[in-house]
Design a binder for this molecule. Structure first.
Ligand code: SF4
Ligand code: SF4
Length: 244
């Protein structure tokens, strides 16, 4: 039996993604994960009226990616979306918040333990996070591992729209983590409430309950975009965006 698997491996080659050594492919960051891009033809007031999450601000002419759920309704108001492949550099959207200290990020090296907490998701963000441990994304090759205990976690990934029942759980989980610690808000729900903003039961963005260091927009973000957020949190992406 082992012989069969060895032969199969030799025949198919290595299937693990080349990211972060090279830019992700169109399969890794599909078009549904690409953000709206305002154009000169964009009708901002119409875009704002049609946007279900209030992501479009026609006054300041800005799109808040933390609220965007990538529904593409604004395409009818002249907003564009990348459909071709081209460079995926513009597709990478994770960013640091003002809370993240550079010194803290570089401490973790290649031993970085991550816990995920769901505070009210639809399960899609969870699935994309958990996909990172499959052989294709293979987090372990980068020294990143999932843990189920906050006492072992260097970073906490928060997914979902925070509801009342989970506020205390989220705070206690964060407080149980040893210092130094990092928090990532993954997906529109965790960052802003997303489609549930204003709904009964939604309390606040996760960042209002605990300090958030990195945000990864999307609904859901692709695994590669979440991985970018983890590498950014761990200080493993250079400032100019070159991967290492
Ligand atoms: S894609 Fe949807 S949520 Fe995002 S800005 Fe456009 S209309 Fe709003
Ligand atoms: S951001 Fe989108 S995919 Fe993620 S939990 Fe919320 S609704 Fe689901």
């Amino acid at each position: 039996m082992p012989k069969i698997w060895i032969l199969r491996g030799l025949k198919k080659g290595i299937l693990t993604t080349a990211y972060p050594k090279s830019q992700p492919t169109s399969e890794e960051v599909p078009t549904r994960s690409l953000p709206p891009r305002p154009t000169d033809a964009a009708d901002w007031p119409a875009g704002e009226r049609g946007c279900p999450t209030g992501a479009i601000d026609s006054g300041d002419k800005k799109v808040d990616l933390g609220r965007c759920v990538y529904c593409r309704f604004c395409s009818s108001a002249g907003f564009a979306f990348e459909d071709g492949f081209g460079s995926r550099a513009g597709a990478m959207q994770a960013s640091l918040t003002g809370n993240c200290a550079t010194g803290t990020r570089h401490i973790f090296g290649r031993s970085f333990h991550v816990m995920m907490i769901d505070v009210g998701s639809c399960n899609a963000c969870n699935l994309e996070v958990l996909n990172l441990s499959n052989p294709y994304y293979d987090l372990s090759r980068m020294g990143i591992a999932f843990t189920n205990s906050p006492k072992h976690a260097d970073a906490l990934i928060v997914v979902g729209a925070l509801n009342q029942a989970m506020v205390d759980v989220l705070r206690r989980t964060y407080e149980s983590m040893p210092e130094p610690k990092l928090v990532l808000s993954v997906g529109a729900c965790a960052i802003s409430g997303g489609i549930f903003r204003g709904a009964e039961g939604f309390v606040s963005p996760a960042g209002d309950a605990i300090p958030v260091d990195v945000v990864v927009p999307g609904c859901p973000p692709s695994p590669v975009q979440i991985l970018e957020g983890l590498l950014l949190a761990a200080g493993r992406l250079k400032e100019e965006g070159v991967r290492r």
